[in-house]
Design a binder for this molecule. Structure first.
Ligand code: PLP
Length: 282
């Protein structure tokens, strides 16, 4: 793979970062993941806007202006001939002597790489996935997309050890979100229920698109927190994320959701998302 590191295009084996990089020592870094289909970027404007939110909240400087950042995204797809997959972008505050206080005048470290992945033909779409619920022990600024991913990683491993595909995280009895995705349910009267935006969850770009598409399709949407019990009794459940689009959930803590197969509203929203995002991909 050809990767991007601070203005240079390098073979991945030649891309090196300092051991003093604060991304490595403090997880003092943020990231974004953008899906690529047919060599085009999906929902790019949303990811670029959230990147801006994350860097602003942490006072990390993005080394490229918006036009240059888009150009690098386009270039990395071409250089790696990516048809379907993702672009990972990370910006850390940069390297400095180890100190909890932010050092002044560091040069941020900007990295982009690509990864091939079957997004449209993900084999789990037909079967749906199973979820285990676990306590949400992350920090309280989940609106910032930091690389502090150890707890989500532990939660996913615990879910897998319990025989599930992924974890939904729970705080005060309410589902916050998945380990790396937004959690949604559909009630028995066909209402899409998804947690409102706050610092308790990442503001999912796919979430925002799905809410719009649902409303346009005449599906009622309630932005409110839901409990694990409500999710287990729901007609349908699904997750959304940049590289999963809409992925049905058919089991939560061993309890079958609906008929145990991907539900009609989940399937409809997935199809609507794919149609609209392919049409607007750049
Ligand atoms: N919530 C968390 C914790 C995530 O890591 C992600 C990212 O994939 C999402 C939600 C979904 O966000 P998006 O739809 O922007 O990919």
């Amino acid at each position: 793979r050809i990767v991007y590191l601070n203005g240079a295009w390098l073979e991945e084996a030649d891309a090196k970062i300092s051991i003093f990089d604060r991304g490595f020592l403090f997880a003092d870094a943020i990231y974004e993941v953008t899906a690529v289909i047919g060599g085009k970027l999906i929902d790019y404007a949303g990811h670029a806007a959230r990147l801006q939110h994350s860097t602003t909240e942490l006072g990390i400087r993005c080394p490229l202006d918006p036009d240059a950042l888009l150009a690098v995204h386009r270039d990395i797809v071409l250089r790696n001939a990516v048809d379907e997959g993702l672009i990972y972008l990370q910006i850390s505050r940069g390297a400095a002597d180890r100190d909890f206080a932010y050092p002044e005048n560091t040069t941020p470290t900007l990295v982009l790489f690509t990864q091939a992945k079957p997004v449209l033909n993900n084999p789990r779409i037909k079967t749906g996935i199973s979820i285990a619920t676990l306590p949400d022990w992350r920090w309280e600024r989940r609106d910032i997309k930091t690389v502090q991913l150890l707890y989500p990683s532990m939660a996913k491993m615990e879910a897998v050890n319990r025989g599930a595909d992924d974890a939904w995280l729970v705080e005060d009895g309410f589902v916050t979100e998945g380990s790396a995705a937004t959690a949604h349910i559909v009630t028995r009267d066909g209402t899409l229920v998804t947690r409102p935006l706050s610092n308790a969850i990442l503001h999912g770009i796919t979430r925002a698109s799905i809410i719009d598409l649902a409303r346009n399709a005449g599906i009622a949407v309630e932005e409110r927190a839901f409990t694990v019990d409500e999710a287990r009794a729901a007609a349908e459940a699904f997750i959304t994320s940049a590289t999963n689009f809409v992925l049905p959930v058919v089991r939560i803590d061993g309890q079958t959701i609906g008929d145990g197969v991907p539900g009609p509203i989940s399937k409809r929203l997935r199809a609507a998302y794919i149609e609209s995002r392919l049409a607007s991909a750049i």
